[in-house]
Write a protein that binds this ligand. Structure first.
Ligand SMILES: NC(=O)c1ccc[n+]([C@@H]2O[C@H](COP(=O)([O-])OP(=O)(O)OC[C@H]3O[C@@H](n4cnc5c(N)ncnc54)[C@H](O)[C@@H]3O)[C@@H](O)[C@H]2O)c1
Length: 327
């Protein structure tokens, strides 16, 4: 890496579901954004997405200089990346395709810029394998939709430099995202694995006819899920341990919890189970369209984030890199 230049111009490679949401977020944070995607209508779809997201981004708070007019669409990747300080890649999730795409991005981008991939399931080892400057390539995996959800999982490959990881952590943290660092590459990174772990037990309980799909959703949503949206499960035990905090929890409550872990179930993901879930979800959604559910959810999420901020702990507090210990 030749210098630590400031990040002003962001390139978005691939403007599907995730790329469009990233573009909207970076515009709201006051960056120049240049996007590229070879799909027919990609530019029109992107501009429509940004238009529709802007009200909520405005409600969440725009950074100085934020403007939809700072969005450019480039017809070629070379043009899009020529002056980019930071690239957020959101192309199709296929290993060979992504490795070739990154090699092309590496050739087209100034040598001191960072190349970040939103990839959910590929390792950076694979993605950077054809690059001439693999040290500047890193995974910056968002949680959908990135213009609302702060989490970004950062993980490098064997050839990623420590400096790139630190710069990516600092950059995402500085723009209101909540970056976490993974020290090992795992399929699904971490947040999706956590979802899978919980959902495994939900499927098991539904399959065993312990409760309905709707009540399982209520159990998460109006029980622990509400608290997890404020403090993570481990910090939560500190509060749950009463005046003795986490020490009391470890001595008196970890035993029963560990016992419960040993009897968690493994569902058989049969067609019948899938149909039970589908019927339950269709019943829960009722006549509401998916778009309207998503809009409603995003609105509540923005309100929750604002509430946390106003309560004195900003959404990024728990992700303050200087407070965190390395593993
Ligand atoms: N969908 C999710 O919930 C989610 C969440 C987090 C991360 N991701 C990751 O984000 C990435 C994109 O996923 P998505 O769901 O937005 O997919 P998507 O299919 O909606 O978008 C992919 C886009 O890439 C474009 N594309 C194809 N070839 C291209 C090229 N040569 N240059 C530039 N763009 C090109 C396509 O036209 C399409 O618009 C994937 O790596 C995925 O793993 C997805």
């Amino acid at each position: 890496m030749e210098s630590l230049k400031p990040i002003r111009r962001i390139a978005i490679v691939g403007t599907g579901l995730i790329g469009a949401s990233w573009a909207a977020y970076y515009l709201a944070r006051g960056f120049d954004v240049v996007a590229t995607d070879p799909a027919p209508n990609a530019e029109a779809n992107l501009r429509k997405y940004v238009e529709e997201a802007w009200d909520l981004l405005t409600e969440a708070g725009l950074s100085a200089g934020a403007s939809r007019d700072r969005l450019e669409f480039a017809s070629s990747m070379q043009e899009a990346l020529a002056d980019a300080d930071f690239v957020q890649e959101n192309g199709p999730e296929r290993p060979d395709f992504k490795a070739k795409l990154f090699a092309d991005m590496d050739d087209a981008t100034p040598p001191d810029s960072i190349l970040a991939s939103s990839s959910s399931s590929l390792t950076m080892d694979v993605i950077q394998s054809l690059c001439k400057r693999p040290e500047r390539c890193v995974i910056g995996h968002p949680f959908n939709p990135p213009h609302i959800i702060p989490l970004v999982e950062i993980v490098g490959g064997a050839k990623t430099s420590e400096e790139t990881i630190e710069r990516a952590m600092a950059f995402y943290g500085s723009i209101g995202k909540k970056p976490i660092r993974l020290y090992k590459a795992l399929p699904g990174h971490v947040a999706n694995r956590l979802q899978a772990a919980l959902y495994k037990e939900i499927l098991y309980l539904v399959q065993e006819r312990v409760l309905s799909v709707e009540d399982a959703d209520i159990a998460v949503c109006y029980g622990p899920g509400l608290r997890w949206g404020v403090m993570g499960p481990s910090l939560q035990w500190h509060v749950g341990g009463g005046s003795g905090g986490i020490h009391h929890f470890m001595e008196h409550l970890m035993g029963p919890l560990a016992g419960m872990m040993s009897v968690l179930g493994t569902p058989q993901v049969t067609d019948e189970l899938k149909q039970i879930i589908v019927d339950g979800v269709v019943g829960e959604a009722g006549s509401e369209s998916i778009d309207s559910l998503a809009r409603e959810e995003n609105k509540v999420l923005v309100g929750l984030l604002a509430l946390r901020k106003n309560a004195g702990r900003s959404p990024t507090d728990f992700a303050n890199p200087t407070r965190r210990l390395a593993v």
